[in-house]
Ligand binder design. Structure first.
Ligand code: X90
Length: 276
């Protein structure tokens, strides 16, 4: 029996221990070029090219067909998508689920709308991986996933909200916070899966302190942390140091944003998922 984890590329997952993993790419699209958010994408090159490009840039989610292709051959499938409040990825995966189950009578497909993205999706994928390795049943895993996703919080720190605003993914109030050099917008994934601003921070040091304090306010007590950064390894490492000061043994993993998250989080952006 093949049990597979399928995620979209907003998860920034390049690999996990579990080998039955498939990553379905989103796309970043200009009039001139289409960047497919797959493992071979040179993210830094994309960011530099987009910085030179003056036209409109959009993104697109996987189609139901893209999801179906990733399901092919598996008996039990656990799907994790980016928040349905900001992307059509979840809807497409649900259509694919119905289609796959009508074609394969005995197949089981579960789709989680993470109401979040990036590191939160990674934490869920890691949890599913552990449960599969322990031979938990499909239903046990589904129940646990729903509980666990509620116990993960996501905080972001963004230096620019330009691409989010231009693509209508944030509201006007949030957009007006943007644009001042050196100011970071710090916010969280809301319960309904949208970007919710918390505060602004000026400068690197202040940013790290603010993120850490907000993590504590949201209930962080030394659990797992996953940090995705866009060309900002320095700040991300500083944040790890800050967390380790209080929680020396914390399980923290740093990763680079892939294409979709890099496009929206932009240079200097950090996305932090953590257990509460
Ligand atoms: O379907 C599509 O074209 C994809 C649209 C994605 C839009 C938003 C991506 C945001 C990525 C920003 C910080 C984390 C925010 C989390 C909010 C729930 C990164």
């Amino acid at each position: 029996m093949i049990r597979r984890i399928v995620v979209d590329s907003s998860s920034n997952i390049k690999s996990i221990r579990y080998k039955e993993l498939k990553i379905v790419p989103l796309k970043i699209i200009t009039d001139k070029k289409e960047y497919i958010d797959e493992l071979g994408l040179d993210v830094e090159k994309m960011i530099n090219e987009l910085a030179q490009y003056n036209g409109k840039t959009t993104t697109s989610c996987p189609s139901a067909g893209d999801w179906l292709e990733a399901f092919a051959g598996a008996d039990e499938i656990f799907v994790i998508t980016i928040t349905s409040a900001l992307s059509g990825s979840y809807n497409a995966a649900m259509i694919a689920k119905d289609e796959y189950m009508s074609l394969n009578e005995n197949a089981k497909v579960y789709v989680l709308d993470s109401l979040s993205t990036g590191p939160q999706m990674r934490l869920v994928a890691e949890m599913i991986q552990d449960m599969i390795c322990n031979n938990s049943s499909f239903d046990e895993i589904v129940t646990k996933v729903e509980e666990y996703n509620k116990k993960i919080k996501l905080i972001f720190s963004l230096e620019s909200l330009h691409n989010l605003a231009c693509n209508g993914r944030i509201g006007f109030t949030l957009a007006t916070l943007a644009g001042v050099l050196g100011i970071r917008t710090i916010g969280k994934a809301s319960d309904s899966g949208t970007l919710q601003p918390i505060t602004k921070a000026h400068g690197k040091r202040k940013t790290i302190i603010t993120i850490y304090n907000e993590m504590i306010k949201l209930g962080f007590k030394g659990g797992k942390v996953r940090i995705a950064h866009c060309l900002n390894e320095f700040d991300a490492s500083e944040l790890i140091n800050r967390i380790r000061k209080e929680y020396p043994m914390a399980d923290i993993v740093l990763e680079k944003c892939m294409g979709l998250c890099s496009f929206y989080a932009e240079k200097g952006g950090m996305i932090i998922g953590f257990e509460v």
